[in-house]
Design a protein around this ligand. Structure first.
Ligand code: GLC
Length: 642
């Protein structure tokens, strides 16, 4: 292991002395600098071999030292606490909630006023959607940032954010914020300076004088928003060139091959860390490195960039963790949690997109053979890597059914994806769903889906048996994400069964983007009756709170034990076994509206002597035919309680 050069340590020591730090406080930083030097230098050597990587590393270490000295006492304490519980994210009491501050509560101060509500639901992790200052007008739900050091004026100030983080932390809730690092708004200062002709800033972006290079890239680039933002490049008069815009025309992709861009983001990471943000969600991280002749997604350099940012954060603010927002194919996904040389050095969390898609696929088809095959084939995750398990989020559902997985079980991936998009738009015979189609791509036939969970399972307006079935599907989907082992994440409004927002297109800038149908404002009048089990909102809220409570009391659900899919089951049953040292566990789900069997032998083979369904709180016994029989849409979490 290479230690930090003498000069780097001396510089840090001088800063510590000037700040009058105690011996212990100084030592903590110097130890980290030495320990992490190599983790910092190595990826820089690969990323920028001709740009004097050692001096870049020395500069970044110095920035980390300054941030360390600026970090408040209570955050240093948090750093110590986290060091004692490095598996905190993997513990079964973690529950996530994601919302837009203003659609959920109002200002940041108003969000602080909801902690009791969040705690009732069991929430320990709050993802506030983009709250940094975006461009005016359409800004892709805040993902077009104009200033990383200011808060949206209607939400509050930087000091309000710091206060909110402190309040949440005091109640055992970690604040999660976006780090939008693939692009900035066209109105961001860097883009403005580039437009004003400053070479230094032009080089922060990918700008081409004519179509030759863009056309060459386009040959292999997919389209993210083929409908309202076709193509990946935008002509800009001021630049007198084509600028790379993967998403909307007003979101300019950054040139991460320029180390100055990396340095800017190091400062942003440290700024957010010292405000008390505990988890940084690396937005659209897959797109950050471009390579001609490829999709320019998931390139190996993406993981090196992440490692640099993460290492700097570890030196200054080790409590901070990273979550990769990489909505990519199953084989490309696991590297975001760290494989090969990046194990333990990149993100700790990543969205389990495959699980999400297969939950919806199983519910629509009433069959599990594809999900069993695909989820069993996922590569293993590194021990610290933890899934964010979700039923849906603020984005559309992209039907990421892998062609190879589908072919291996004898179906067409394309036809199944099409079936799912039609089913969830309510366009397929027998469908109970009420979503919308999002972003039809005429070239590939690809289409995605928008809608709230309640509307996608057919809850609003249902009565009698249809209502019970819809409620059953709602719980089943959530039981699967709560029972998988990663952090279950609830999207705001789902906890009271909110339907699609009928007025989604009424706000300026939203009319073309039907993802707003599933980003409703929380109806607090509804939430009032969350204790009343005669109401839908009461049943849903109490049901989710029950999942959280049962989960928190099951050490078997610690995320370090993987969920292993039971391959051979009835085609209406989806089951997984878990083998944590605290005991075995089997999760069993019936995705159909009929009774379905599950072989008791699976429990016996795991050595269970007194199987107990922790969700239903009852013993589990085999029927005369050697099976357990599960009612329609039943969810069982079976543990051994001798
Ligand atoms: C992420 C966000 C999505 C946004 C995109 C561009 O995928 O989740 O809402 O449109 O990044 O920032």
């Amino acid at each position: 292991m290479r230690r930090a050069p003498e000069q780097v340590r001396r510089q840090a020591a001088a800063r510590l002395r000037a700040a009058g730090c105690t011996r212990d406080h100084s030592r903590a930083l110097l130890v980290r600098i030495d320990h992490y030097w190599e983790d910092l230098l190595e990826p820089l050597e690969r990323l920028y071999p001709d740009r004097d990587p050692e001096s870049i590393a020395a500069d970044l270490m110095d920035r980390a030292s300054r941030a360390y000295l600026d970090r408040s006492d209570d955050l240093h304490l948090l750093d110590h606490r986290r060091a004692l519980t490095p598996d905190w994210l993997q513990q079964p009491d973690q529950v996530g909630y994601a919302c837009y501050a203003e659609r959920f509560a109002g200002t940041l101060e108003d969000v602080a006023g909801t902690v009791d509500y969040l705690r009732e639901l069991g929430v320990t992790y709050l993802h506030l959607m983009p709250a940094l200052k975006p461009r005016d007008g359409d800004n892709d739900g805040g993902y077009a940032i104009a200033d990383y050091r200011q808060i949206r004026p209607d939400l509050g100030t930087v000091e309000d954010l710091r206060r909110l983080a402190t309040t949440l932390r005091g109640h055992g809730i970690s604040l999660v914020m976006d780090l939008v690092l693939n692009h900035v708004a066209r109105e961001h200062e860097w883009a403005q300076l580039a437009r004003a002709g400053e070479e230094r800033y032009r080089d922060y972006f990918h700008v081409y004088p004519d179509r030759s290079i863009p056309d060459a890239f386009e040959e292999t680039l997919p389209e993210v928003f083929p409908d309202f933002a076709p193509g990946n490049f935008t002509w800009d008069e001021d630049l007198d060139g084509w600028v790379w815009t993967t998403f909307n025309e007003f979101q300019w992709d950054l040139n991460w091959a320029n180390p100055q861009v990396l340095t800017e983001f190091v400062e942003i990471v440290l700024f957010l860390a010292n405000l008390g943000v505990e988890v940084l969600r690396l937005d659209a991280i897959a797109f950050t490195w471009k390579r001609l002749g490829t999709m320019s997604q998931n390139e190996p350099e993406v993981h090196d960039l992440t490692q640099v940012l993460r290492t700097v954060a570890r030196v200054a603010a080790p409590a901070v963790v990273f979550k990769a927002e990489a909505i990519v194919g199953p084989q490309d996904l696991v590297p975001y949690l760290g494989v090969g040389r990046h194990v333990g050095k990149v993100s700790d969390l990543a969205y389990h997109n495959s699980l999400m898609v297969h939950i919806w696929s199983m519910l629509a088809s009433g069959e599990t053979f594809l999900a069993r095959h695909a989820l069993a084939a996922l590569p293993p995750t590194p021990p610290r890597g933890t899934w964010i398990c979700y039923v849906r989020c603020h984005d559309d559902i992209g039907w990421a059914i892998d062609d190879r997985d589908a072919a291996e079980v004898g179906i067409s991936g394309f036809a199944h994806r099409r079936f799912l998009a039609q089913w969830y738009a309510g366009d397929f015979p027998g469908s109970w769903a009420d979503g919308l189609v999002f972003q039809v791509n005429p070239q590939t036939g690809d289409m995605r889906t928008s809608g709230t969970t309640a509307s996608l399972v057919g809850l609003p307006g249902a009565s009698g048996e249809d209502y019970s079935a819809a409620l059953g599907r709602f719980f089943l989907a959530h039981a699967i994400i709560f029972g998988w082992g990663g952090i279950p994440l609830i999207w705001s409004g789902d906890e009271i069964g909110t339907a699609n927002d009928p007025d989604w297109d009424q706000e300026p800038g939203h009319e073309d983007d039907n993802r707003w149908i599933h980003r409703p404002r929380l109806d607090w009048a509804w939430a009032e009756s969350r204790d009343d089990l005669r109401t839908t909102e009461g049943r849903v809220f109490q049901g989710l709170a029950h999942l959280a409570r049962v989960r928190a009391a099951l050490p078997e659900l610690h995320a370090q034990a993987p969920s292993v899919v039971v391959k051979d089951t009835d085609n209406g049953i989806f089951a997984a076994t878990r083998n944590h040292p605290s005991g075995p566990m089997v999760t069993v789900y019936n995705v159909t509206h009929q009774w379905r069997p599950f072989s008791y032998a699976v429990l016996a083979d795991l050595g269970m002597t007194h199987p107990w369904n922790a969700l239903g709180d009852h013993p589990v016994r085999a029927e005369a035919d050697g099976n357990l029989w599960l009612a329609p849409y039943a969810a069982w979490w079976v543990v051994d309680r001798p």
